[in-house]
Design a protein. Structure first.
Length: 244
């Protein structure tokens, strides 16, 4: 257990969210898929479906309209609806040897394959085989508390996170970033909720075991590749081991 300084991930997310405000329709479309899959696999009642509850928290953070959420859940729980999405993960490298994981949800694998291949080839990247970079990442629970919205000291958050089972707390002027083992994610999240805290973000994510510094022209190429991947409607998340 450790308390660390650093906020690369949250700063990056905040910057991305600003850009996404201009394309909320695409963001809501991706969230609708996640809500649909969570409800289809575990039922439409969030009180009985922790995965759905987590996705709804993410949708709330993005200010997704309730009507969109209701439609996605209703569609998933309609016995006559035959819609389904396959989860496919692509692995590869970007400029500067940066490892990239791309998680997708698709109803047309050929379309998704083509889109991912084009994004990599046009932006200085190379697709790898299954397992070529996945071993460089660990699955973790990730909870962010926005310090601008809180009046609380570091020790209070740190002690609460420790007692709930968190592995790591990173502190910056902007946020408290709390990392957990996936099995402890729900317990940590619930402890923070019980203490009255609202989350800027709460999700299961992929965290690189080590990062690679990148800047200049290589960084520009990497950002173009990541942007191209994230602009694909079938892409849900893009993870890298870049240290910006």
């Amino acid at each position: 257990m450790k308390k660390m300084s650093g906020h690369n991930k949250w700063s990056k997310i905040k910057n991305k969210k600003g850009a996404e405000d201009a394309r909320k329709g695409a963001v809501f479309g991706k969230l609708s898929k996640e809500i649909f899959m969570a409800a289809k696999n575990g039922g439409g009642d969030p009180s009985m479906n922790s995965t759905l509850r987590m996705v709804l928290d993410k949708a709330k953070a993005e200010n997704m309209p309730k009507d969109n959420i209701t439609r996605a859940i209703k569609k998933a729980t309609d016995a006559g609806d035959m819609t389904n999405y396959d989860e496919i993960t692509y692995e590869g490298y970007g400029s500067g040897g940066i490892a990239i994981l791309v998680h997708t949800l698709t109803d047309n694998k050929n379309r998704t394959d083509t889109g991912i291949h084009v994004a990599f080839s046009r932006n200085g990247g190379n697709l790898g085989t299954s397992g070529s970079v996945a071993y460089m990442f660990d699955r973790k629970g990730y909870v962010v508390l926005d310090r601008e919205e809180l009046e609380v000291d570091e020790d209070t958050i740190f002690e609460l996170a420790i007692e709930a089972g968190a592995e790591d707390v990173q502190v910056s002027d902007e946020a408290f970033e709390i990392y957990t083992d996936p099995s402890d994610f729900a317990a940590v999240k619930e402890a923070l909720e019980a203490a009255g805290y609202e989350f800027a973000r709460a999700e299961l994510t992929m965290v690189p075991q080590n990062t690679i510094a990148i800047d200049g022209e290589k960084l520009e190429k990497l950002e173009k590749l990541v942007d191209a991947l994230e602009d694909d409607d079938d892409v849900q998340q893009v993870y890298t081991n870049a240290d910006y």
